[in-house]
Design a protein around this ligand. Structure first.
Ligand code: ASP
Length: 315
């Protein structure tokens, strides 16, 4: 697949991607590859102790364990790697890259991914956010509800208890879409998923085609929000296919929002999408109002926030 030379580098990210975007842009300006910049950007976010949706400081599951998911995709080769449900290793984006480059596989889960991390010489560490679980349990006690972990697991599988106790279940993810100076695209997604999830729950972030997809010919797409929605309609790959079939970027994003709306999301569920085409056009979409995303091109002094489009009804 031929690539252009000397196009402006571009990074598109979720709103929490500023520090990673700055680090990755430095690399791109020096001629670095999109796949390296995407991995670096996600690592910077994973290492940030103040970032509570990604990496070691992510939000825990119902048993107080942080379980991380990540994926990385190379738009030039369509190679991809992903890990899901990883405990005690924070840089899951680099594990996803190792799956892509060192194994004949695409997705590793839990124990297997942790074994690979150990083989690669990564050091296991305790996660830092068990306090978040305690704060949540205190909310039950305040409301006169005392539940064992087993009872909690049972109830949360209906997703009713968290929604009664919180305005919405906290979660978050970081997305990076990158174009390098050669015109190659790459995408990276890293997350601790939905807070207080049922142990073993996997969202859209490591599911290629749902929360992440990248193809030099058509563009790159990544998602944040309630991963169950993006999995049900394969949001990332769908948007790419709409581009392939000739839709413009905004039209393709609107089509994906319509598909998610048709799922009739539960209270508190929503979906955000970022997308970029090979010519560097970018856009953000959301099923809810007032959401933003970041973009940063080689000509800009710093990353800037853009508004995400919501659904424009056709009738
Ligand atoms: N999409 C992530 C998941 O479902 C969570 C998020 O982005 O807030 O695991």
């Amino acid at each position: 697949m031929p690539t252009n030379s000397h196009v402006a580098p571009v990074i598109v990210a979720s709103e929490n991607g500023r520090a990673g975007a700055v680090a990755a842009m430095e690399l791109l300006r020096r001629g670095g590859a999109a796949i390296d910049a995407a991995e670096l950007a996600a690592r910077v976010t994973e290492d940030d102790p103040e970032e509570h949706s990604v990496g070691f400081s992510g939000l825990p599951n119902l048993l107080g364990q942080v379980e991380l998911d990540a994926s990385l995709m190379n738009g030039r080769t369509l190679e991809t790697g992903a890990v899901a449900g990883v405990q005690e290793y924070g840089n899951v984006i680099s594990l996803a890259r190792a799956v892509m480059e060192e194994l004949p596989h695409v997705l590793l889960t839990g124990r297997g991914a942790e074994r690979l991390a150990a083989e690669l010489g990564q050091k296991p560490a305790d996660q830092r956010t068990l306090a978040s679980l305690e704060r949540w349990r205190e909310r039950f006690v305040e409301k006169g509800v005392e539940l064992t972990s087993d009872e909690l697991c049972h109830l949360v599988s209906r997703l009713t208890i968290p929604l009664h106790l919180e305005d919405r279940v906290p979660h978050g993810t970081v997305n990076y879409l990158v174009r390098d100076v050669h015109g190659d695209l790459a995408s990276a997604v890293s997350t601790s998923g939905l807070a207080w999830k049922y142990p073993g729950r996997v969202g859209d972030s490591p599911i290629i085609g749902a929360g992440n997809y990248c193809d030099n010919r058509y563009g790159a797409v990544a998602c944040t929000g309630s991963g169950e929605l993006a999995i049900r309609v394969s949001t990332a790959r769908s948007l790419i296919l709409y581009l392939k079939m000739g839709m413009g970027l905004d039209e393709a994003g609107q089509e994906c929002l319509a598909e998610i709306e048709q799922l009739q999301p539960r209270v508190g569920q929503y979906m955000n999408i970022v997308a970029m085409t090979p010519d560097g056009q970018h856009s953000g979409f959301s099923t809810v109002a007032d959401k933003r995303y970041l973009y940063y091109t080689g000509e800009m002094a710093e990353p800037t926030l853009g508004e995400r489009m919501t659904r424009v009804s056709s009738n």
